[in-house]
Design a binder for this molecule. Structure first.
Ligand code: SF4
Length: 326
């Protein structure tokens, strides 16, 4: 597996690719993705991280380049923003995470920093460093309170539930707000959901239960069945009544507001020329750059450094995907 290190000098823009950089969904919460590397192999992973047949390349972004580009977007937004550090992999594999947090927090207009993690690489020292650097909220994945099931779901034999529970307690005891973030996988961890709600109550934490969903590139768990949104929310409402803790969370619970969004530079159907910079995240793709954005080009055999003529297929949330023009 190749790791592409993205620096300012690489000429690879930080807007346009789902796997790294900045994602603007038209709100005051900006998703910032410094790496796509992951240390687990979760059986339910919606992106199939560490499946090299699907993702032959991963990415890490230079800290200073990322901070510089986030600053430009925050300035464009003309409102205070939350930075949500997340990843299509595991954020804590990023070597300079506390330094990145510190740099992002010092940007004028950044009001808070949240981050997602599976917790496996977090240590007490790292938590203290992240707290000092300015992290305000941590969303921690815990899917089961059964040590064997939790390890099995993680796809890594060395996974330690005890370690994750210690980390949860440390976060709860710090100034960082903890949100426990299980994926509810029907028929697999049903019995754990009420126990995780109790854990959240005990730690005075929030809980954000996520629905198990499968996509084109997901790893699918044998025996697990996707439920409908209607049934999922009805079950959460029932458990809300029983537990007295809020389980149906909306944008207002996370204080997210609509803002102007980064304007699209290409529209679907448009034929454009891109300069090919590196392999893409999905097998067969190459990433090209044009007009300050990345374009992931499917089935692209154009060598790095050459130009390719492509047709834009998607531009949702400034994530550009294209096909080759024959
Ligand atoms: S679910 Fe998250 S932690 Fe697990 S393999 Fe996928 S990206 Fe990694």
């Amino acid at each position: 597996m190749e790791i592409v290190h993205i620096t300012k000098e690489s000429g690879i823009p930080l807007i346009g690719c789902i796997a790294f950089g900045i994602i603007d969904r038209g709100t005051d919460l900006l998703q910032v993705r410094p790496t796509s590397v992951c240390n687990l192999h979760c059986k339910y992973c919606s992106v199939s991280a560490n499946n090299y047949d699907i993702h032959p390349a991963n990415f890490t972004v230079d800290k200073d380049y990322l901070i510089e580009e986030v600053e430009k977007v925050v300035k464009f937004k003309e409102t205070e923003c939350e930075i949500n550090l997340d990843s299509v992999g595991e954020l804590t594999t990023y070597a300079k995470l506390p330094e990145l947090v510190k740099g992002l927090k010092s940007i004028k207009g950044v009001k808070s920093i949240s981050m997602q993690t599976n917790g496996t690489l977090l240590t007490g020292d790292m938590l203290i460093a992240l707290e000092k650097a300015g992290v305000n909220h941590i969303n921690l994945s815990i899917n089961s309170l059964d040590a064997n099931l939790a390890a099995d779901l993680s796809g890594r034999p060395g996974y330690s539930l005890d370690h994750i529970l210690q980390i949860a307690k440390m976060i709860a005891d710090s100034s960082i707000e903890l949100l426990i973030a299980p994926v509810w996988i029907p028929k697999i961890n049903d019995a754990d959901i009420p126990k995780l709600i109790e854990l959240a109550k005990k730690l005075n934490a929030k809980i954000g239960i996520q629905k198990y969903e499968t996509y084109r590139y997901s790893r699918k768990i044998k025996g697990a069945k996707q439920t409908t949104f209607w049934k999922f929310y009805r079950q959460l409402k029932d458990m809300e009544k029983e537990s007295g803790i809020k389980l149906v969370l909306t944008a207002s619970d996370f204080l997210i507001h609509k803002t102007k969004r980064i304007p699209a530079v290409f529209e679907p159907g448009e034929k454009v020329q891109v300069n090919v910079k590196c392999p893409g995240w999905i097998k067969g793709q190459m990433i090209g750059a044009a007009k300050g954005v990345c374009v992931s080009v499917n089935d692209c055999k154009t060598p790095i450094g050459k130009n390719a003529r492509v047709k834009i297929l998607e531009n949702k949330n400034s994530i550009y995907v294209a096909g080759m023009v024959k």
